[in-house]
Ligand binder design. Sequence first.
Ligand code: URA
Length: 193
Amino acid sequence: MADDRNLPLRESNLVFGEGNIDSTIVFIGEAPGEQEDVQKRPFVGRGGQLLNKNIEAIGWKRADVYITNIVKRRPPNNRDPSSEEIAAYKPYLTKQLEIIAPEIIATLGRFAMNYFLPDAKITRDQGAIFRIGGRFIIPILHPAAALRSSEMMRAFEATFKTLPKAVVRCESLKEESTSQASATEKRTQKPLF
Ligand code: URA
């Protein structure tokens, strides 16, 4: 990625992602912000602290999961990433997910959610579990949104608390469907539960 001159936003640093490449769950945000650009690590600003706190509140450790973004460089002034930027970074995210092969992708915010679930609506669908191909997608609000309102904060924390059980449910559903090969490639944009 460092050598790919066709990638946009090359004036910013590369924030590739970090964590346990054997993790069952990968958290995916939108794009690095100012602190992330400086430290070249995902989710290390205020939003990152909230993410860490919620990961620890459910008894997990940040180092045990994998964290990355759909766009790997900071857009100027933290503007929203464009569809061209998202498309340009897509082959790298695809490869990254192929290598890590998580069972669950927890998306943080609207952009990461709509990358996997184009028709989903964040306020309606956050906290639900979807299945795309062999993978489970759980949309979560963006930590920055949770920091802006106490109602969003409650929803963010409540969804986090569902994650340990969701991992167990997804693992058992996965086992069921691998024993019935035809179900594994089913695409659905409806929440499973
Ligand atoms: N917001 C994101 O979406 N990703 C980061 O890494 C930091 C803030």
